[in-house]
Design a protein around this ligand. Structure first.
Ligand code: PBG
Length: 308
């Protein structure tokens, strides 16, 4: 491990005046348009090159989504930093919808509708790519979205843009701090709408992760992902051995925050515990680690030395 394996998540919040800290997510903030650029500048100086951007819009809707905020952020970032940085952009609707689900609801309002959602995700992805994103990362878990996104990237003249697919994303309790940061928790009242269990993978059904990862590879994904990381290392080891594409693992918000909170109470040595987790994630087959601590990785690896 050198530090080059890491991708740093960034939250850009429309209309925010000053950066805001996020409970549990030490070292990461909800950034304003201005502070985001300063943060990226600082990260680049420290040798961090790869980022995953989450755009958080000012207002929520049920349809008629407006992607001009992330579009503007992407083009500003790419104009300013060019190929000094690799910019991946998350593609999902959960920060945009008033109900917090990852897509459009059916006319009856009782489930998330796959086909209209896929079309909208493809539209968002094409806007991000046209604005200069190096990579789009669909995190919604709808069926067929990678193929639709691939076509939409071709249509806007960006066949070179990569697709990093959240291909094996489980229905997890470890996403808590992220949902505060992205203001994206599901808010529905019936069971189908209070969680995402109808489209995220059941932790007890790893075979679904293999099927959806194969499907995403067939549909044209360039990089596949397992998420969360630590609780799914068996899945990562198996899938990365089986499907010959680069694999990423997302050390999600609850995983990062868990170690940070233990360290805060002096119950573990934070940096070394993070390094141990990252080593395990690499050992299980991930080439790429998405971590809230990406911007600390290089320093910690140099200071404490490390393995793989
Ligand atoms: C959903 C999305 C999630 C994360 C990123 N995009 C999960 C969810 O809310 O279901 C989680 C990331 C994290 O916890 O760090 N679009």
């Amino acid at each position: 491990m050198s530090g080059d394996e890491f991708i740093q998540p960034l939250f850009a919040v429309q209309g925010l005046k000053n950066p805001e800290s996020i409970p549990g997510l030490t070292g990461v903030a909800r950034e304003s348009e201005h502070s985001l650029l300063t943060q990226i500048e600082q990260d680049l100086e420290n040798g961090v090159r790869s980022f995953l951007l989450f755009g958080v819009p000012e207002s929520k809707r049920e349809s008629g989504f407006d992607f001009t905020f992330p579009e503007r952020m992407i083009s500003t970032i790419k104009k300013r930093f060019g190929s000094d940085l690799f910019l991946a952009v998350d593609v999902c609707l959960c920060s945009y919808t008033s109900h917090g689900q990852c897509g459009f609801l059916s006319p009856e309002g009782d489930h998330v509708d796959n086909s209209t959602t896929v079309a909208e995700l493809a539209r968002a992805a094409s806007i991000y790519a046209a604005a200069g994103a190096d990579c789009v990362a669909p995190s919604d878990m709808m069926d067929g979205r990678v193929a639709a996104i691939r076509r939409s990237l071709d249509q806007v003249g960006r066949p070179d843009a990569l697709i990093l697919s959240y291909s094996a994303k489980f229905h997890s309790k470890f996403y808590g701090p992220f949902r505060v940061a992205a203001d994206s928790a599901p808010k529905g009242t019936n069971r189908v709408l209070t969680d995402r269990s109808t489209y995220q993978i059941d932790p007890a059904r790893p075979s679904d992760a293999l099927l959806s990862s194969r499907r995403d590879a067939d549909e044209g994904a360039d990089i596949l992902m397992v998420k969360p990381a630590l609780a799914y290392l068996d899945v990562l080891a198996k899938l990365s051995a089986e499907i010959p594409l680069p694999w990423a693992a997302y050390e999600v918000s609850g995983e990062w925050a868990g170690i940070e909170l233990l360290a805060e109470r002096n119950l573990v040595d934070g940096p070394r515990a993070h390094l141990e987790s990252w080593t395990a994630i690499r050992r299980a087959g991930a080439e790429i680690i998405i971590s809230y601590g990406a911007r600390r990785a290089r320093e910690w690896i140099q200071k404490y030395g490390n393995a793989k």
